[in-house]
Design a protein around this ligand. Structure first.
Ligand SMILES: N[C@@H](CCC(=O)N[C@@H](CS)C(=O)NCC(=O)O)C(=O)O
Length: 197
């Protein structure tokens, strides 16, 4: 039984979706960032955290990679060329989409007001749009890496959802259609229910 420490409406969704996809049992502990429950397992205090045998693993991409490798699911095997290509797309999503929207989010309402820089959001939207085009060119279909779903799809779908919610441009019928298909998956829908609970 895994323990997921996190909260609704953030990157915890990725971990719960992964566990639902691979059919592993888990319990959820709802906690806010930087509270003692989180700091006990991760000195960063950020969410999500996965607790395994009393040890905390932080960072959603690291957690997904751990679960995928451990259960031999939703990933090309470690040490293969296919895995290197999968990881490359994962890092592109993290660098060029997630980091950009995360910066814009922080400058919109998370940073102290005197640290926010007006105009960051516009630049971020421009960078995001370029990254969407680059990613579309790499997209193989029906999943991002081809015939098989991988953890890269969980990261991409969640990041596209984030972009959609923040009104970042997704001018790609291919990616919009893909997002719809991913959100119709049973495991995704179970995750949405888990968030509501
Ligand atoms: N790269 C990390 C980012 C974790 C992160 O920043 N999580 C947010 C919630 S989604 C958080 O805890 N923010 C509080 C903070 O940055 O101190 C991951 O993917 O898990």
């Amino acid at each position: 039984m895994y323990t997921v420490i996190g909260a609704a409406q953030n990157r915890t969704f990725r971990v719960v979706w992964m566990l639902e996809e691979i059919g592993q049992p888990y319990e959820r502990i709802k906690a806010k960032q930087h509270t003692p429950e989180v700091l006990k397992y991760s000195p960063l205090g950020k969410l999500p955290v996965l607790v395994v045998d009393g040890e905390g693993i932080s960072d959603s991409a690291a957690i997904l990679t751990y679960l995928a490798d451990k259960h031999g699911a939703l990933t090309a095997p470690a040490g293969t060329l296919a895995r290197a290509k999968q990881d490359a797309v994962t890092f592109q999503i993290l660098d060029d989409l997630e980091a950009v929207i995360w910066t814009a989010t922080r400058h919109s309402f998370l940073l102290p007001e005197d640290k926010r820089v007006a105009g960051v959001k516009d630049t971020a939207k421009w960078e995001w749009a370029r990254a969407i085009t680059a990613l579309e060119q790499r997209f193989k279909g029906p999943f991002v890496m081809g015939e098989e779903m991988t953890i890269t799809d969980i990261l991409l779908t969640h990041t596209l959802n984030w972009g959609f919610g923040a009104k970042f441009p997704i001018e790609s019928d291919l990616l919009l259609d893909y997002g719809q298909r991913m959100r119709a998956r049973d495991a995704y829908l179970r995750t949405v229910e888990s968030e509501k609970a």
